[in-house]
Design a protein around this ligand. Structure first.
Ligand code: FNR
Length: 187
């Protein structure tokens, strides 16, 4: 079986470290896992008035989530929470009421920050949202990453000191997705 994983990056900054982390994660995944970045920078601001007439970009984003067997959120921390652009994307794909694209998708949460707490508080806020959206979210290992010298390797991968740590997370997440896919298949 092959698995599609939608990777949602909570920063739309051109040289985002989290985008770089998302790209590095894709290289650590087994062959049957296809990690694809879902863009969120072209989504309009969420407005409930538009629920019955979602923009094409919103429909595209929702379709990408719906087609995936899992979702990884790679997010920075903004003012001790998740960036507004990420919450905007999450809200879009959760609506209209009863038509959320998120429910049941096994989720992974990871992030890199320049600060020492490595997005811990943003991730905790995000977990709260994902619980409401009925996304089974990998609990351990937690991945609070700090972008210190050498965190990223020259080739864009994860640097030697952190590679094993991050690989361990990808391996656990992949097993989490397989487990949920097997349960869904048996149901
Ligand atoms: C930040 N940054 C930040 N870092 C952190 O560890 N905790 C925080 O609460 C915040 N708050 C915050 C707010 C705003 C508005 C900005 C722009 C930045 C710093 C942040 O970790 C840093 O800019 C990262 O590089 C952002 O991630 P990307 O864009 O590189 O993926």
């Amino acid at each position: 079986m092959s698995y599609k994983i939608a990777v949602v990056v909570g920063s739309i900054r051109r040289d985002s470290f989290n985008k770089k982390l998302a790209q590095a994660l894709a290289k650590l995944a087994p062959q049957e896992f296809e990690f694809s970045l879902s863009r969120i920078d072209d989504l309009p601001l969420y407005n409930q008035d538009d629920d019955a007439n979602q923009a094409d970009q919103v429909k595209r984003f929702k379709a990408e989530i719906a087609a995936a067997q899992g979702v990884i959120f790679v997010t920075p921390e903004y003012n001790r929470s998740i960036p507004g652009v990420l919450k905007n994307a999450i809200d879009h794909a959760s609506r209209p009421y009863g038509k959320s694209a998120w429910a049941g998708k096994p989720a992974g949460v990871i992030g890199v920050s320049v600060g020492a707490i490595g997005t811990a508080l943003a991730q905790q806020h995000l977990r709260n949202v994902l619980a409401y959206l009925d996304m089974p979210t990998l609990g351990q290992p937690e991945m609070f990453l700090q972008n210190k010298e050498g965190f990223f390797a020259e080739d864009g991968g994860i640097g030697a000191d952190s590679q094993k740590f991050v690989q361990g997370w990808v391996t656990k997440y992949v097993a989490w997705v397989r487990q949920h896919a097997a349960v869904a298949k048996a149901a």
